[in-house]
Design a protein around this ligand. Structure first.
Ligand code: NI
Ligand code: MN
Length: 241
């Protein structure tokens, strides 16, 4: 399995079975992404909420590749009306797509579809996604969110993800300290910071985040990526002795 960061909150996960999952495909208008949108050929696209920096190029990419879109009920309906195959789900539920279990989890944020000509239309509730791969490995993309107690009680204690993607940009989401505390509560093997340095308003030094995580729980690997970079987790190999 490998994880490619496309900048901001956009990630492409390629499983051992060669299934490509694209999360929050903000590509063509993303100042931090230098990957042409035409290059992306996902089997599925997961959208955490309706904001343009997350919905991004979902429509175009899904149309061109016949990708299945997974999102909350309101965003799914918005896409279905435009002819896209979209799986509608909601917070707390799971679906299986291409043998991958996708669980939608809470995020404390807003979710209006904010880029349509008539002004914002309601986009349901913001969410995060937990992916359970066929081999049992679990990856959790937190979406845009504040720090909240169920990150520890529910996500950390019940879902137990192996890899976490967490926002640290501040202003619209958690900042570096809150992101580090969320990481400690969720207690993954590795964490990747996201949603920072895309625009001046969310400028952050990821080393500050990394230092907070090391102080709170030095056993967690902090993986600071550059946009376009691929991470191949070795944390799983270490375990198999
Ligand atoms: Ni947002
Ligand atoms: Mn955002």
């Amino acid at each position: 399995m490998e994880i490619r960061w496309l900048g901001h909150s956009a990630f492409e996960i390629t499983t051992d079975e060669e299934i490509k999952i694209l999360i929050d495909p903000f590509i063509s208008n993303n100042p931090a992404c230098n990957i042409p949108v035409e290059e992306l050929e996902p089997d599925m696209i997961c959208i955490t909420h309706g904001h343009s920096d997350h919905f991004g190029d979902a429509y175009e990419i899904a149309m061109r590749n016949n990708s299945i879109v997974i999102s909350n009920a309101e965003i799914a309906l918005f896409l279905q009306r435009q002819g896209i195959e979209a799986v509608s789900m909601n917070i707390g539920g799971s679906v299986f797509v291409h043998d991958i279990k996708i669980t939608m989890l809470d995020a404390i944020h807003s979710s209006d579809i904010d880029f349509v000509e008539e002004g914002a239309v309601p986009g349901g509730s913001a969410a995060g996604f937990l992916f359970t791969l066929p081999d049992g490995k679990k990856i959790y993309h937190a979406g845009d969110t504040a720090l909240y107690g169920d990150m520890e009680n529910i996500i950390g204690h019940i879902y137990k993800p192996d890899i976490l993607m967490v926002p640290i940009g501040d202003k619209f989401t958690m900042g570096p300290f809150e992101g580090a505390l969320a990481t400690r509560w969720i207690s993954p093997k590795a964490v990747i910071p996201m949603h920072y340095n895309t625009f001046p308003a969310i400028g952050q030094d990821p080393v500050v985040f990394s230092n907070f995580v090391k102080q709170l729980d030095p056993s967690i690997d902090v993986v600071i990526m550059n946009p376009g970079e691929i991470y191949k987790p070795e944390i799983f190999n270490q375990e198999e002795d």
